[in-house]
Write a protein that binds this ligand. Structure first.
Ligand SMILES: N[C@@H](CCC(=O)N[C@@H](CS)C(=O)NCC(=O)O)C(=O)O
Length: 123
């Protein structure tokens, strides 16, 4: 059976798409890596995104969003999701833990940016 035609849409940085890109690289599978600037995201792409957020993928013309769901799907397709449910549980446990850290890191980053703005305004 031929590989599905996959397009991945995301802003031009690693962020939530990198895990998906790495899965394709590890499996040696082709995909189209469609990247856009933040300016183009707001102007053009946000309205096309399934839930108004990126990343999302198009698989043989059908559209799916949510980075972890996408990554889990391709990990299963490529044989990277463990040999049994116990191994899959270990994998999902780590993926969810990393996701918790990503969310925390993003919130700390936002707080830091707010503080920087506050200091700049005070100068
Ligand atoms: N739970 C979603 C979160 C998606 C998300 O918040 N993406 C951010 C970029 S990392 C986004 O699209 N932000 C721009 C916006 O909401 O306008 C996922 O994992 O895909």
């Amino acid at each position: 059976m031929s590989s599905p035609k996959v397009k991945l849409f995301y802003i031009d940085y690693m962020g939530r798409a990198e895990m998906i890109r790495l899965l394709f690289a590890a499996a040696g599978k082709p995909f189209e890596d469609i990247r856009f600037s933040l300016e183009d995201w707001s102007a053009t792409w946000k309205s096309k995104a399934p839930f108004g957020t990126s990343p999302w993928v198009e698989v043989d013309g059908e559209v799916y969003a949510q980075s972890i769901a996408i990554a889990n799907y391709f990990a299963k397709e490529f044989g990277f999701f463990g040999k049994n449910n116990k191994e899959a549980l270990h994998i999902e446990q780590m993926v969810n833990l990393i996701q918790d850290l990503v969310v925390k890191a993003a919130s700390i980053d936002d707080q830091y940016e707010d503080q920087e703005k506050h200091v700049e305004t005070a100068d």
